[in-house]
Design a protein. Structure first.
Length: 305
């Protein structure tokens, strides 16, 4: 047998009628019509099969059953009011925990720098970061938000694109001194490479040219890793070429420790996205973090709108 949910609204209305000993005064305080209040009392009386309120033309009084029920009904009304008051305060002052998933290298390189300002502005929010290059299931794993450097393909999520992330073919000057500089994808077959194993097309690099079109290359890979930080020492030591996101190498390029190769050829860029579960409502603590990260990450040296 399926149990019906209790009619909590009707019990709260009953408590208010009992408080004022008046249907009309209760209706005014609750912002309801007199018939709505009367029907609510009628619903629970019919459901219980007892009379809770004795009605006469001059007065309203509780029956024995009504007096027995009043304490718990008043508690339902009081608890409901407390819940709404507390929820309203939370909406006005962001507080609570926000769980965020982000790529490991990007999180260490950029998210940590945003924390001092955010924590100072929102001292009652706890930010719980999970850094991994694994693509998490936000809903199943209980995340409020994810930062992804990717071409998005999950239409079930809401997303906010923050910037374009260029992918650059780079190498150390010492590597080019020893092995020469490739000028087109066909040259890469003779070169050593450091590969990101999280790529969708492992072992194959794809390039495009404004007039020559698209070409692929399969260099000889000497290192594979699912984390681009691990490859940086070998890359800087001139042990191979790598396709790296600009946010990983912009400092090295500026300082001349790395240089780009094949500037006429490009790799399809990625986007930096804030991704969140599809829901029409979002807690304020999550929304303020989204807005804060969007502002902070829009002004990084490599960010391109």
């Amino acid at each position: 047998m399926t149990r019906r949910l209790p009619d909590l609204e009707a019990w709260a209305i009953f408590a208010k009628v009992a408080e004022h000993a008046s249907f009309s005064r209760a209706a005014r305080e609750l912002g309801l019509s007199d018939p709505t209040v009367s029907k609510a009392i009628g619903r629970i009386e019919t459901r219980l099969g007892v009379t809770l309120i004795a009605r006469t033309s001059r007065r309203v009084s509780l029956t024995d059953a009504g007096r027995a029920a009043l304490t718990r009904a008043a508690r339902i009304l009081s608890e409901g009011e407390a819940i709404e008051e507390e929820a309203g305060e939370q909406a006005a002052v962001p507080r609570g925990r926000v769980r965020v998933s982000a790529p490991l290298s990007f999180g260490i390189g950029y998210l940590g720098a945003t924390l001092p300002g955010f924590l100072a502005a929102y001292p009652e929010i706890v930010v719980d970061f999970a850094l991994s290059d694994r693509k998490v299931d936000l809903v199943a794993e209980g995340f409020d938000l994810a930062l992804r450097v990717a071409t998005l393909d999950d239409s079930s999520m809401l997303s906010r694109r923050l910037s374009t992330v260029r992918l650059l073919l780079v190498g150390a000057p010492s590597y080019f001194e020893r092995h020469g500089r490739p000028v087109c994808p066909a040259n890469l077959v003779a070169h050593r490479a450091l590969g990101y194993s999280g790529s969708a097309s492992r072992g194959v690099w794809r390039f495009s040219h404004p007039t020559a079109g698209e070409e692929t290359a399969e260099p000889t890979f000497c290192v594979w890793s699912d984390n681009v930080d691990l490859m940086m020492p070998a890359l800087l030591a001139g042990q191979g070429l790598a396709i790296q996101p600009e946010f990983m190498v912009w400092r090295e390029l500026r300082e001349g420790r790395l240089v780009t190769a094949m500037p006429d050829w490009s790799v399809d860029p990625l986007g930096l996205h804030l991704v969140m579960p599809a829901s029409p409502l979002r807690p304020l603590r999550v929304q303020v973090l989204i807005d804060y990260l969007a502002r902070e990450l829009a002004h990084t040296p490599w960010a391109r709108r």
